[in-house]
Ligand binder design. Structure first.
Ligand SMILES: Cc1cc2nc3c(=O)[nH]c(=O)nc-3n(C[C@H](O)[C@H](O)[C@H](O)COP(=O)(O)OP(=O)(O)OC[C@H]3O[C@@H](n4cnc5c(N)ncnc54)[C@H](O)[C@@H]3O)c2cc1C
Length: 370
């Protein structure tokens, strides 16, 4: 819902145009602020690995309603995001980039104790579309699921959105709301003032500078370097995520009975096209790719069905998830008047993008950040 109360228009720069920064810029522009979004990767190609950011490398799984805890900030953000996704998806959708939430999401239990927790959760969250997984009756032409020794849980309102379509929709929406896109890297932020009014001076890679009332930092791994010269520190560690796009051997089987997302042994499996499937997981700290981790992922801890074992790698890519050091993800805080940071979403940046954008808009409105 748009904020109808009169919030004075501010001149705002959002630094970082991944899912978090782009959605925040769009939401602030809808709330009548004058927004500039700065990121050298804004309109880059999605088919080159070196031009992917965390968002365009991601799988876009929205796992909100089956979060284990039922209280605290993480649960509130997830719950709110899932509500906002339903509303905002409709607003962001374009005929060229038909964005939709593909459902449901199924998670297979890895142990008897996990299955017990899932049974409890299904009772608590039935109103949110969560239920215990009924026995998987495999149909004749269906591709077999990975083995499930303990059953699982099905969440009818969780699922997946295509992150590349999302980025295209956001670019379109930013244009529609007159957000100024600057395809440069920010090299330095300095405090300053113009005519007695406090302003931030934002220095760009191309030697130019911008002056703004408010800065929102959504630069993931680039964030700490931007705030350090201002005397703030919020270190973020890189955690590599790898994705395999597998081509299956031609067969007579199909995806009937498959959910949009199936989680087995901590690996997300996303069927798409007739003979292709995406596999992704968080396996490795750091930035170095390991073929052992990829093999382990493809093998699903020994539970992979033959049709996955026999598949070939059609494509593969990786991306960095930014994990805050010494504090929970994400970092949502006002560092000083007019300087807000909303980043470090680690595994859930796509899921939490709407709730983050709303938090930023509310912070500007209510917390007297100027
Ligand atoms: C393989 C993989 C799978 C994932 N799967 C999922 C999933 O299924 N569901 C989910 O919710 N999340 C998933 N994630 C996590 C999610 O992608 C991240 O949490 C999310 O991308 C964070 O978004 P962001 O906008 O903060 O960061 P990013 O998308 O990384 O964007 C940060 C942007 O800041 C820009 N930037 C940095 N420094 C500067 C600077 N100095 N000046 C200007 N711009 C700058 C960068 O160019 C970049 O574009 C996955 C991540 C990976 C890598």
């Amino acid at each position: 819902m748009l904020d109808k109360d009169a919030t004075p228009t501010k001149e705002i720069a959002v630094i970082g145009g991944g899912a978090i920064g782009s959605m925040t810029a769009w939401h602030l522009a809808r709330n009548k602020h004058l927004v500039t979004l700065i990121d050298p990767l804004l309109k880059k190609r999605f088919d080159l690995e070196e031009q992917l950011n965390g968002s365009t490398a991601s799988l876009g799984v929205l796992m909100g309603n089956i979060f284990r805890r039922s209280h605290g900030r993480s649960w509130s953000l997830r719950k709110r995001s899932m509500e906002l996704w339903q509303q905002w998806m409709v607003l962001l959708n374009t005929p060229e980039s038909p964005l939709r939430l593909e459902t449901p999401l199924v998670q297979l239990a890895r142990s008897a104790s996990e299955a017990t927790l899932m049974a409890q959760l299904s009772q608590e969250r039935s109103d949110l579309g969560v239920e215990l997984l009924k026995e998987n009756i495999s149909m004749e032409n269906q591709r077999l699921w990975p083995k499930s020794h303990y059953g699982g849980i099905i969440s009818h309102k969780d699922g997946r959105i295509n992150p590349l379509l999302l980025q295209q929709c956001l670019l379109h929406a930013l244009h529609k709301h007159n957000v100024d896109n600057v395809e440069e890297k920010v090299v330095l932020i300095e405090r300053g003032s113009t005519k007695g009014k406090r302003q931030w001076h934002i220095h760009l890679n191309n030697g130019k500078s911008l002056a703004k009332e408010i800065i929102i930092i959504c630069a993931a791994m680039g964030s700490d370097a931007l705030i350090k010269p201002l005397g703030h520190r919020l270190p973020i560690a890189p955690v590599l995520g790898q994705v395999l796009d597998l081509e299956l051997k031609a067969d007579e089987k199909n995806w009937s009975g498959w959910p949009a997302v199936l989680i087995s042994e901590g690996v997300n499996l996303i069927p798409y096209k007739t003979n292709r499937i995406l596999l992704g997981a968080t396996l490795e700290p750091g930035t170095k790719k390991s073929t052992d981790c990829l093999k382990q992922m493809k093998n699903l801890n020994g539970e992979a069905p033959n049709w996955i074992k026999e598949s070939s790698i059609y494509n593969q890519w990786s991306g960095i998830r930014g994990k805050p050091i010494g504090r929970p993800a994400p970092i949502l805080t006002t560092l000083e008047p007019g300087l807000i940071i909303a980043t470090g979403h680690y595994r859930n940046g796509i899921l939490l993008a709407p709730a983050t954008a709303e938090w930023v808009a509310n912070t500007i409105k209510h917390q007297n950040c100027l």
